[in-house]
Write a protein that binds this ligand. Sequence first.
Ligand code: AHG
Ligand code: MN
Ligand code: MN
Ligand code: MN
Length: 348
Amino acid sequence: MTARPSTPCSLTRFLIEEQRAGHLGPDLRLLVEVVARACKSISIAVGKGALGGVLGEAGSPGAASVNVQGEAQKKLDVIANDVLMEANAWGGHLAGLASEEMDHSQPITDFGVDGLPRGDYLLLFDPLDGSSNIDVNVSVGTIFSVLRCPEGVAVPADEHYLQPGTEQLVAGYCVYGPQTTLVLTVGHGTHAFTLDREIGSFILTTRNIRIPEQTAEFAVNMSNQRHWQPPMQAYINDLLAGKTGPRGKDFNMRWIASMVADVHRIMTRGGIFSYPLDAKCEAKGGKLRLMYEANPMAFLVEQAGGAASTGRGRMMEVQPTGLHQRVPVFLGSKGEVEAAVGYHHAHD
Ligand code: AHG
Ligand code: MN
Ligand code: MN
Ligand code: MN
């Protein structure tokens, strides 16, 4: 007799079981479902590429559309942002949302549709991470983070989002690659769901991801080397020195230039991802954004047994001062993140 294949566990079933276990309430569960549904739409738009007319820059020729970060927006940055906004506006679970692509947060009452139900949560997202990879058919993704709207705040403003990463209730990313994979934490481990394109559902494919504590693989944009500060110079020099150097092993390097894809590799086989301070981004505090890039990734990585740091302190303990605040980032295999942090402390 052939063994009966075990029933696949859909995201819906997983979330209901998490709710029964007391790990999240019904509103938060439905909020995650809305975000996952939006990610499915974005996945379809990304997959159409040139056929869907979604490649290239947003705006008109000679009048590029630029976001609050000063970056030229791609069409897909704008499409993904609209999909997430629209899906969540009527979902009824949010008090407000904020995005990389919008100057300020938007309270739900600001959507111009009367009678929209208001929920208790704040959603932050990077609608399309890895914009420079869209047009070249390399993996991109969506990153999101959920906070609670502070008690007694009817119409949340930017300041109400400025909560440290330790306050996150949910974090996740969806990588649009050869497979579309949603990686999620509600504070009880980090789990991966693969989109079954035939049935249109996310199916649990890895429960309780564990990032190996040690690694011999690092991710950094090496073209910035000459702009780095002394601790980073020292750290990477020692990695490059290989077996006969102070670290005593040969390191491999990978850099996809989509944070989601680089982090997903680390979730799968370990490694360290870093975007340190350099002379180009120093004045802004770093390149990557704390609220919708670094913090959600830090929560996911910690829940998978890894670590996330600014190089000087735990990422999730940074007290945010701005919605679009930037930070230096070191995250992934715990032992390696600790080693990188050690070089920073040695230079203090
Ligand atoms: P985004 O596309 O959301 O603006 O983010 C891009 C980020 C991140 O995904 C990636 O790790 C990094 O920028 C790449 O930077 P470089 O182009 O300097 O390598
Ligand atoms: Mn961008
Ligand atoms: Mn990004
Ligand atoms: Mn982005």
